[in-house]
Design a protein around this ligand. Sequence first.
Ligand SMILES: Nc1nc2c(c(=O)[nH]1)N[C@H]1C(S)=C(S)[C@@H](COP(=O)(O)O)O[C@H]1N2
Ligand SMILES: [Mo]
Length: 428
Amino acid sequence: MIQQRPETPGSSDGAAQNAALWPFAAARGLSRRRFLELLLAGGPAAVLAACGDSETPTAPLPPTEPAPLPPPAPEPPEVAPFFKDPAPFIQHASSLEARLEDMPGLITPNELFFVRNNGGSLGIRESDWRLVVEGDAVENPIELTYPEVRGLPPQTLTACLECAGNHRAMFDRVQGRPAEGTQWGTGGIGNGVWRGARLADVLELAGVGPAAASILLIGLDSDAPEEGFRRALPMEKALADVLLAYELNGEPLPQDHGFPLRALVPGWVGSSSIKWLGKIEVSSEMHWTRNNTGSYVLIGPGYPPEGRAMGEIATVQTLKSALALPWPAALDAGSHTLHGFAQSPEGRIVRVEWSDDGGTTWADARLTGVPADLSWRRFEINWEAAPGNHTVMTRATDRSGATQPDTVPYNRKGYLFNQPLPHPIRVA
Ligand SMILES: Nc1nc2c(c(=O)[nH]1)N[C@H]1C(S)=C(S)[C@@H](COP(=O)(O)O)O[C@H]1N2
Ligand SMILES: [Mo]
């Protein structure tokens, strides 16, 4: 286990400095793991000393052998449906759907960020919290405190987080065949600036070797082994770009979004981004749990079973676009600038087209702002609204050349609906 330090969260300047130290340490032959250990134990001074660059003696280094810590007192976390004000949202049983039309710009403010909970939101005190990393493919099981996680080299990502069931209601509204589950319209998504530690760094500290095949991210709302909220990730994704986020939009992660720490798995369905993260289990075998066997699995004629899953496991999200309007929308006759958002797990949106004749003819929408890989893109349309009932469709294309499909095959639980939406607009 990592030695304990006084509880001083790393300032963001100090954290940026820590990240900048790594190339310097690497050039002097330090392994990433040793670098991270030194950083946690003695801060930048310990790293500099090990690089032979410090004139001043530093505190003794931590033993490399784990020193046992007493287990944290298990105090049941407080459970509340939500901490944030639910009024701005479309309210579902245990989830809050955002209204895209209320979003002021590219970044979704914390108070308007959608919430998807399988139970209630947990109120966890940072001093009670630990992140445990263990499992048969770990050489050095660790337990990190909140300040220790904040002391690791930070990374900031602007990325969308989207529920696998976003647009689920469209199976009913557009295809006339309802799917099971929360009837999300277009607001099971938000675009945030996430800051945290790299999952790869935490795995490195725990000594994850080549035998590791799969990690299981376990939320503190998990209770029984096969129940509760947890998600398996293959090692390749775990080491690629997963963030362990402690900030959303420059604020400590709000309680509804997983305080003190959550995973943010870029491009993957929202259920992979485990909130209130308490444990990471690293295994030499693939993990099978409810969330990759029955839940978050595409079940239907076009989706053959995979391993122990009842169909195709939902992993990466899909390319989508949506107008930022209520469903159905009501507008006055005349000229309007409509806008919306488009996103793709493959990265940048390069084109959005629109049609108000049911998809017979398409015109280009204007893309605004700067393209960014993991963020959604805002688009605008000039539309002449004549009295009557209309539908406006939008269709996005990403940098890989992929475009939204004309139709998506049905799946029982209604995941990943991404055909162009015929948005109903009544003009008076
Ligand atoms: N521990 C835990 N993590 C969780 C969930 C949960 O219920 N418990 N819901 C998941 C689902 S289904 C989604 S879509 C996202 C939603 O994240 P948000 O509530 O921060 O918007 O969190 C995921 N992580
Ligand atoms: Mo979700």
